[in-house]
Design a protein around this ligand. Structure first.
Ligand code: FE
Length: 199
């Protein structure tokens, strides 16, 4: 069965007063995310990956140390990444659950220090990619960054929070100011209840 583009969990203009415009979501969800779905479906058609889950395809097609990943990997991983990304934001007020706050305090020293590390990872990713908060295989929390469509599944990690730092994610609202986009994401957009539910 072919993969489908999920609807946004809120209206296109729902995040507009929090720094992510309807125009950004129209391009990012309706055009970019949709292209990963269309091209991912085309790429797996007739291959051994047809009928497998997104996670199985990501794990099975990621090539460590490769200069460039395959078309199957790139499109299917970006399809999954964006499925998560919309869920990780909310138009409503979000209060960080205590369990998550404790884990961030214990790991990074404070929530602000976690945010600083996350912003530095996103700003420091050269070219397109993602910044992540992950739960590693040993249960520890880490901030990471990945290039292009690579995500925590490739390393056996659990993605708790991810921020898209491809230019298509911020150029309409923030132009070239990626650090300002990251700061706004963390301070205004993240659905911390969703992040905690992934722990
Ligand atoms: Fe994106």
């Amino acid at each position: 069965m072919a993969f489908e583009l999920p609807d946004l969990p809120y209206a296109h203009d729902a995040l507009a007063n929090k720094g992510m415009s309807a125009e950004t979501l129209e391009y990012h969800h309706d055009i970019h995310h949709n292209a990963y779905v269309t091209n991912g479906n085309k790429a797996i058609e007739g291959t051994q990956w047809d009928g497998k889950s997104l996670e199985e395809i990501i794990k099975g097609t990621y090539e460590p140390n490769a200069v460039a990943q395959s078309g199957i990997f790139n499109n299917i991983s970006q399809l999954w990444n964006h499925n998560q990304f919309w869920e990780m934001m909310t138009p409503g007020d979000s209060k960080m659950p205590g369990e998550l706050e404790s884990a961030l305090n214990n790991t990074f020293g404070s929530v602000d220090k976690f945010k600083d590390e996350f912003k530095a990872a996103g700003a420091g990713q050269f070219g397109s990619g993602w910044a992540w908060l992950v739960k590693d295989t040993d249960g520890s929390f880490k901030v990471t960054k990945t290039e292009n469509g690579v995500n925590p599944i490739c390393f056996g990690q659990t993605a708790l929070l991810g921020c898209d730092v491809w230019e298509h994610s911020y150029y309409i609202d923030f132009r070239n100011k990626r650090p300002a986009y990251l700061e706004n994401f963390l301070d205004n957009l993240v659905n911390w209840e969703n992040v905690a539910s992934r722990m």
